[in-house]
Design a binder for this molecule. Structure first.
Ligand SMILES: [Zn+2]
Length: 190
């Protein structure tokens, strides 16, 4: 991977990560799958370039959060998926109901404030949206473990967009857990 740009400017950070994401998408570049235990990634400390500039304690919070995911994953993978999706969905709906998300334009700043990740809307049509998240709290820096990890993030997007636009299906197609350097979600409105 190219040199990581460290900046506290979200626009510069998003521009940098978007170029990496598009290169990986267009050329179908991804990291080889690790055969080791999927859960082991959680033991590795990570530093998110943008978020650690915003808050020097970022990696500590991320470690704590990921230990929760680790615990759930060890107990039951389906429990982890369902619980985190529902938790994110509740947060997304709540943020919209409380007026913190009033339009799609509010999403990037709210995702930064909540430390979820750098949100980037890359494509929008009347019944479909493509959204990237960079430096995602759930998966940034993990190896290719053969599964998408960002149920919580997918839930936040689904819940927020349900309140703003309407019922939708949000799926994570690209993820660090699948060998990419970004998360890519596809939203289909019913
Ligand atoms: Zn992800």
């Amino acid at each position: 991977m190219a040199r990581i740009v460290k900046t506290a400017d979200p626009y510069k950070a998003i521009k940098y990560w978007r170029s990496i994401a598009l290169r990986e998408k267009n050329n179908n570049i991804k990291r080889a799958k690790k055969l080791s235990k999927p859960q082991m990634y959680i033991m590795v400390n990570i530093t998110r370039p943008f978020f650690s500039r915003v808050d020097k304690n970022d990696s500590k919070y991320i470690r704590t959060y990921r230990m929760i995911i680790y615990g759930m994953l060890n107990y039951s993978k389906s429990l982890k998926t369902i619980t985190l999706r529902a938790s994110g969905y509740n947060l997304g709906k709540r943020l919209a109901e409380r007026g913190l998300i009033r339009s799609i334009d509010d999403l990037p700043q709210v995702f930064i404030n909540q430390r979820i990740g750098l949100l980037d809307i890359v494509d929008e049509s009347f019944n479909n949206m493509k959204i990237h998240i960079y430096e995602c709290m759930s998966c940034y820096g993990i190896p290719n473990i053969g599964m998408p990890m960002c149920d919580f993030e997918a839930g936040v997007i689904q819940g927020a967009l349900e309140s703003l636009i309407g019922k939708n299906i949000t799926k994570e197609k690209y993820c660090w857990g699948l060998g990419y350097s970004f998360c890519g979600f596809e939203v289909y409105f019913e």
